[in-house]
Design a protein around this ligand. Structure first.
Ligand code: UT7
Length: 323
């Protein structure tokens, strides 16, 4: 039997500080009503100084390892997805490695904006299938609060901070049934870079970098491209929407989540939503939602779970997983 990547444990971390829409309304020209109606967001978590990308990634990883009944010695690869690392290098992966006390293997970061977790999952799955790793922490960790333009009401109300992680193990077939990552599909379109980007980087001392988004344009691409990505995931596995137990979508906007759910014909009860409390945590949003629905018992072993995300680049993708 072919080696599969089993999701042995899932974990999440959210900063303590919560900022409500009402707090924004006191500072910029916006309202709780506008934010809720257009996005479904009611609040978001913002990191304090010590809650860096690496710190939160390590905390989420600890939770994922705990859930898997595993420890640092079981980890031989660490693959975080992030657009907001603590440093240009060393990578977030190596900070997490040191924080957890992992002493073997390797690690590197993946950069694919909000689709980063799906990209990192795809890379980790390929490495497990080809025998290059046997215990991989796949992480999404983001501190978008550090790159938001607080004067731009069209973006600063949309994002939050947090981290999610899964611990993938190599399933030997026996006893693992048909569990594991069934497929991943990745896509990108670089000529759409100008509708969602950060206008700087650490290599640009003149510009620390702020997020810029042409929301309406991104919205238009998101619904079509995400629907296409989930349909691809299903057809590649000979499955239909009726087979899906849970859709765990990227949490950017409730209207996008509802539109993709409707296209699939999935009832709302089978779609995991956290955007109301987390806002858009970019690469962390899918693993955070997965962690929440696993912890509260909605997603159970054997469930078929469809993951999707789209972000700056544009980048997008989907993954189908049997828990
Ligand atoms: O995670 C990466 C992927 N990102 C996404 O998927 C985000 C996709 N885009 C969206 O979610 C939506 O386009 C937004 C939530 C960003 C915006 O919603 P919209 O319904 O597309 O609004 P809009 O940009 O068309 O703006 C409508 C109006 C504008 O005013 P005028 O020009 O009609 O007078 C905006 O200036 O709403 C105004 N507006 C606001 N008003 C109050 C924009 N932001 C705000 C705000 N508060 N925070």
């Amino acid at each position: 039997m072919q080696t599969r990547s089993i999701l042995a444990g899932v974990g999440g971390y959210l900063p303590e500080r919560v900022m409500t829409n009402a707090e924004f309304a006191g500072r910029i020209e916006t309202s709780d009503e506008w934010i809720r109606e257009r996005t479904g967001i009611g609040q978001r978590h913002f990191a304090s100084e010590h809650e860096t990308c690496a710190y939160m990634g390590a905390e989420a990883s600890r939770a994922a390892l705990r859930a898997a009944g595993a420890g640092p010695d079981d980890v031989d690869a660490i693959i975080p997805a992030t657009a907001t690392p603590d440093q240009a290098f060393p990578s977030t992966a190596l900070h997490v490695q040191a924080a957890l006390g992992v002493t073997r293997g390797f690690g590197f970061d993946v950069s694919a904006a909000c689709a980063g977790f799906i990209y990192a999952l795809s890379v980790a799955d390929a490495m497990i299938r080809t025998g290059q790793a046997t215990g991989v922490l796949v992480i999404g960790s983001e501190v978008y609060s550090r790159i938001l333009n607080w004067q731009d009401r069209t973006t600063c109300v949309l994002f939050g901070d947090g981290a999610g992680a899964v611990f993938l193990t190599a399933g030997a077939g026996e006893g693992s049934g048909d569990r594991g990552v069934l497929s991943t599909h990745l896509r990108a379109q670089g000529d759409l870079a100008n509708i969602l980007y950060v206008d700087g980087a650490v290599g640009r001392p003149d510009r620390p970098g702020h997020l810029v988004m042409h929301g309406r344009e991104v919205f238009r691409h998101a619904v079509g491209k995400l629907a296409e990505a989930v349909e691809l995931a299903l057809s590649a596995n000979g499955l239909s929407p009726a087979d899906v137990d849970w859709l765990v979508p990227h949490q950017a906007n409730l209207r996008i989540i509802d539109a993709v759910g409707r296209k699939l014909g999935l009832p709302k009860e089978r779609v995991v939503v956290t955007v109301d409390r987390h806002a858009n945590t970019s690469a962390a949003s899918v693993p955070l939602a997965l962690a929440e629905a696993t912890r509260d018992g909605r997603i159970r072993r054997g469930d078929l779970v469809l993951l999707e995300a789209l972000g700056g680049g544009l980048t997008w993708g989907s993954a189908l997983v049997r828990m």
